[in-house]
Design a binder for this molecule. Structure first.
Ligand code: TNX
Length: 511
């Protein structure tokens, strides 16, 4: 373990052995690209990162493995997992191998961290001989941004993606609709952005916090993320958390009336009406336009915090319950989700849901999220029995909208979520392997009610995101809090150099 600690790697790799010798990266060291032209993005990425630290531009050389004084990127069929990689450093060369580009990209991320944790001598970087074999514990490692509550520009999100990639996150979940804002251009329903993306200014900062993404911008963002092996998972939160959409098209509520985009946090009783077939026509059209821009086979449908009062009072909803032989409004929720699932199937997509314990049936093929509420072990058992894959985003470890320390409260009900508490997260809750085999990953949620801009988003994410990255990637027996705190320093230095805002952990705060 001691050798692991000194390397400053986050997340901690699966296996690391130091070996004899060392390798010096200098201005003469070649980055070998000749044999694999399809690694051009990876090679340039590595060259840029070396330049940022060492100040020299690496030469990209067209050659093969025989060459000395080079960094060689290549494929290794023996590595099975698409994210798995090895790094070998000896006195002749550095070799990074993966079964595909994704693994090689992660190998580069690890090498760059090694470089950042090394003092440069007149620009040269001397790395110890070593061998790393690395692969993730979980396949799904995500962060969530909420531009619905406070709009974030495409450029802001790109910067956020850049840092995510450094910590081997592979999904960015975008919460694109909520009571406080609708953010996606939908050509068939122009009022969604014309009305739904604006709200009255209430933050007292003189900014309207309005905005939306054009389809081309989203396509560009998706491609930018994809180059960094990050899949964007869009969320259309229905049937609740939909006041912004319903303010534009109130005919899809149970009791049509003029609605305003909500300006305050909380839960609204205005839902999409499940008894009105036209609701599904509308949502089908919306999803078909969203499917054009988001190629991911995963599509988040929200499903959280939808009070059933209006469905209880609505004659169309009650007729639908009778017509379909449903038990009650909870059954109507199952019906609503199964209709939505049908729509997603037309686009070869599968739904993700915030798991609510009282929905009688979710569609087969869905993926669930364990979220706020401290019920995670119960949700793990229930979803296993019901046959659903599970992503863990528990409030007690992964709600990055919660304050990190006393004095940083934004509202009165949020719990504290200090770095240490994030680090304690074991997504499997110590359950036997067969009881946690359906857990596919982790996600931190950065709900945006109080996150007004990207600098605040960075501040709330880092370094807690590093602790979460390790919970998602590293085996429990490779994790250790003291070691993590040591490894944090070079990583925070790097964020500082890159102009990324973060919260300095109290223990490292030397002021
Ligand atoms: C609950 S967590 C919500 C969000 C809020 C969040 C604030 C979840 C699925 N729904 O709408 O933003 O609490 O922490």
């Amino acid at each position: 373990m001691a050798q692991h600690e000194d390397m400053g790697l986050i997340p901690q790799p699966y296996q690391l052995k130091t070996e004899s010798g060392h390798f010096k990266i200098t201005g003469e060291t070649g980055l070998v690209i000749g044999v694999h032209p399809d690694l051009a993005f990876e090679t340039n990425y590595l060259a840029q990162q070396i330049e940022m630290k060492a100040g020299f531009k690496s030469k990209v050389v067209d050659s093969n493995l025989q060459q000395k004084n080079c960094i060689y990127l290549g494929y290794d069929d023996k590595l099975a997992d698409p994210e798995e990689y090895t790094i070998r450093i000896d006195s002749d060369r550095i070799e990074i191998a993966g079964s595909g580009q994704r693994g090689i990209f992660y190998g580069i991320q690890t090498l760059v961290q090694l470089i950042w944790n090394t003092e440069t001598e007149q620009g040269d970087i001397t790395l110890p001989g070593l061998f790393i074999h690395d692969r993730p514990r979980f396949a799904y490692r995500a962060l969530m941004l909420d531009p619905a509550r406070h709009f974030l520009s495409v450029d802001d999100i790109k910067r956020y993606i850049d840092v995510m990639a450094m910590y081997k996150f592979n999904h960015l979940h975008l919460h694109l609709s909520d009571d406080q804002g609708w953010r996606v251009e939908i050509e068939k329903y122009p009022l969604l952005v014309q009305k739904g993306s604006f709200r009255e200014e209430t933050d007292g900062d003189g900014k309207p916090h309005s905005g939306y993404y054009k389809k081309d911008e989203l396509k560009e963002l998706v491609a930018y993320a994809q180059e960094r092996y990050i899949t964007i998972v869009p969320e259309l939160d229905v049937p609740g958390h939909s006041v912004a959409a319903l303010s534009a098209y109130p005919e899809f509520t149970c009791f049509p009336k003029a609605l305003k985009v909500r300006t305050t946090p909380g839960v609204s009783k205005d839902l999409f009406c499940a008894g009105n077939d036209k609701t599904f026509t509308f949502l089908r059209d919306v999803i078909s336009e969203m499917a054009e821009v988001f190629p991911s086979d995963k599509f988040h449908l929200g499903g959280d915090e939808a009070p059933l009062d209006h469905w209880k009072e609505c004659s169309r909803c009650q007729e639908k319950i009778k017509e379909k032989g449903l038990i009650d409004e909870h059954g109507l929720m199952s019906y609503f989700f199964s209709e939505m699932n049908q729509i997603l199937k037309e686009h070869n997509k599968r739904p993700l849901f915030w798991y609510e314990l009282d929905v009688p049936q979710y569609p087969v093929g869905s993926t669930m999220y364990a979220w706020r509420g401290g019920l995670t072990p119960e949700v793990i058992t229930k979803t296993r029995n019901e046959g659903f894959p599970l992503i863990c985003s528990p409030g007690e470890h992964a709600y990055f909208d919660y304050p990190q320390a006393r004095g940083e409260e934004t509202c009165d009900w949020m719990a504290y979520l200090p770095l240490r508490q994030v680090y304690k997260f074991d997504p499997g809750y110590g359950l036997p392997a067969n009881e946690q085999a359906h857990i596919i990953g982790v996600e931190a949620t950065l709900w945006g009610e109080y996150i007004k801009d990207i600098d605040r988003a960075f501040y709330m994410t880092w370094p807690r995101g590093m602790a979460l990255a390790e919970a998602g990637w590293s085996e429990m027996n490779n994790r250790d809090w003291q070691s993590f705190m040591k490894r944090l320093e070079p990583n925070l230095n790097r964020l500082h150099q890159q102009g990324v805002n973060f919260r300095m952990p109290d223990k490292l705060n030397k002021k």
